[in-house]
Design a protein. Structure first.
Length: 246
């Protein structure tokens, strides 16, 4: 990683919003913020991995008090530079273990970020940390891809997802450990650069067990933010677990 910001240092933060352009489309952002706002019931929201504020800012504009946790100061600096960004409280730290004051009606972790925790133990700790922040009846929301192992031909562990004359990107899977990585090669002015980010893919049923270990129970699961059905063909899911009120 090479710096205190982990894999999301200044170089990544500087172009993050542009490189993740599809996720910044108004339709995606509004559907996500509307879904989360509907769960808060006038309470506070905690974003794990708040980043540049893609969802925190529009959620705050809907009248929700938002606090965030993020390891990357470079990403948070981008949030702070946006209109309204200085009004959102952020705690710098590992979102799997960092605690903040107070309780929340909703905690959420979006855009595959649960996979940035590269061991099962860290992912379980994240569920327990989210549960510890929730008030009784509070909800924990995760948006994450369904592992794309169906794309792997027999005997192959690499799936390309971008190919152009100057840029190649591909995922590498280890099905024995659920370790994966996204890898990028880019040629700029005749010089090649390589970057790799590790992840751990996780199945919906495994997340449900993590939630159970944290004292949460599944409330709903959808194939997207507009509550389309989750099926065997869904490429992602939005799952909501609830902390019992009793």
């Amino acid at each position: 990683m090479g710096n205190q910001d982990g894999y999301f240092g200044e170089r990544v933060a500087a172009t993050y919003d542009e490189s993740s352009g599809d996720m910044f489309q108004p339709g995606v952002v509004n559907a996500t913020a509307d879904f989360l706002a509907g769960l808060t019931d006038g309470g506070r929201a905690l974003e794990l991995g708040i980043g540049t504020g893609r969802i925190a800012l529009p959620l705050a504009q809907r009248g929700v008090e938002v606090h965030g946790i993020d390891l990357s100061r470079a990403m948070v600096a981008r949030l702070r530079a946006k209109p309204g960004g200085d009004a959102i409280g952020v705690t710098i730290g590992d979102f799997a273990t960092t605690r903040v004051d107070g309780t929340f009606s909703v905690a959420y972790l979006l855009y595959n970020t649960i996979m940035n925790l590269t061991t099962q133990a860290e992912q379980v700790a994240c569920f327990r940390n989210a549960a510890a922040h929730l008030e009784p009846g509070g909800r924990f929301v995760i948006e994450v891809m369904v592992p794309e192992l169906r794309k792997l031909p027999a005997g192959q562990n690499v799936v390309p997802f971008h190919v152009s004359p100057t840029r190649w990107a591909f995922d590498i899977y280890d099905t024995a450990t659920q370790a994966t990585s996204s890898n990028y090669i880019e040629v700029v002015d005749g010089r090649g650069e390589y970057r790799s980010i590790p992840f751990r893919y996780v199945w919906p049923s495994e997340l449900d067990l993590m939630a159970q270990l944290a004292g949460l129970r599944l409330r709903e699961r959808w194939g997207g933010w507009t509550r389309e059905a989750f099926t065997s063909e869904s490429r992602q899911h939005v799952s909501v677990w609830e902390k019992p009120a009793d």
